[in-house]
Design a binder for this molecule. Structure first.
Ligand code: URA
Length: 233
């Protein structure tokens, strides 16, 4: 296996970052610093990164249903609850794939597969993320059309989105919105751009990976089929 893949597979960092570590002389193979990119690792080889021996780690993939008031981070300087606490009984150190706002609930993938995290969060990566938003007021057909076509969220025009009104009540609407991008607070900003404030936001799917009936604060392991699907994206 190539050295950069071995390092990424051990959950240390992405493959690209591993290349940087190698180029900077921070990686030793069987006691000697290696700087060649194409270097491979054989069974029984000892790889040391930044002075620490690394072991090939088994990969774990879970879907978490993030509750309100949890931050998508491994620790917090303000002592708020973090999503790491939701998977605390899993011995491997799992990292969130992308972010959900403090006030957003729903589907968050967590894994120690650095390569998959890197690919899925790369801006070029195009997979629909589905959200269900409860918004104040009425979503008219004109607003729907604007949201679908693209709106200005402060110097950035959003790409075409799939949007449908699930339920229109006198004072609020429940709307499903599917977007491929992941700008900071994008869904909230998109609704703000058409004059509707988001009162509650839940992510229900990433591509074909669905939250289903997973209870808030709980996690489930992804199935083999789901893992293969994510890797194929
Ligand atoms: N869009 C938002 O506004 N918030 C999220 O957490 C995710 C998408």
């Amino acid at each position: 296996m190539r050295l950069n893949k071995y390092i990424a597979d051990a959950g240390i960092c992405s493959r690209r970052k591993a290349d940087e570590l190698i180029a900077c002389g921070n990686v030793k193979l069987n006691g000697a610093v290696v700087r060649e990119m194409g270097c491979t690792v054989e069974d029984g080889d000892v790889v040391v990164v930044n002075g620490r021996k690394i072991e090939a780690e088994s990969k774990v993939y879970v879907v978490v249903n993030k509750p309100l008031g949890y931050i998508t981070s491994m620790d917090d300087d303000k002592d708020r609850a973090t999503v790491a606490e939701l998977v605390a009984d899993i011995p491997e150190r799992l990292f969130p794939v992308g972010r959900l706002d403090y006030n957003t609930t729903g589907l968050l993938i967590m894994t120690n597969d650095g390569q998959l995290t890197y690919t899925l969060t790369h801006p070029k990566h195009e997979v629909y993320k589905t959200y269900v938003a409860k918004v104040a007021g009425v979503i008219s057909d004109t607003k729907l059309a604007r949201l679908r076509k693209g709106v200005d969220i402060g110097g950035f025009i959003t790409s075409p989105a799939k949007v449908r009104v699930i339920k229109q009540m006198p004072r609020h609407a429940v709307v499903e919105i599917m977007i491929k991008e992941g700008k900071n607070r994008q869904v909230r900003k998109m609704f703000a751009a058409v004059g509707n404030r988001v009162q509650a936001l839940e992510r229900t799917a990433i591509g074909d990976i669905r939250l289903g009936h997973l209870m808030e604060g709980h996690y489930r392991k992804l199935t083999k089929k789901e893992i293969e699907y994510l890797k194929s994206l």
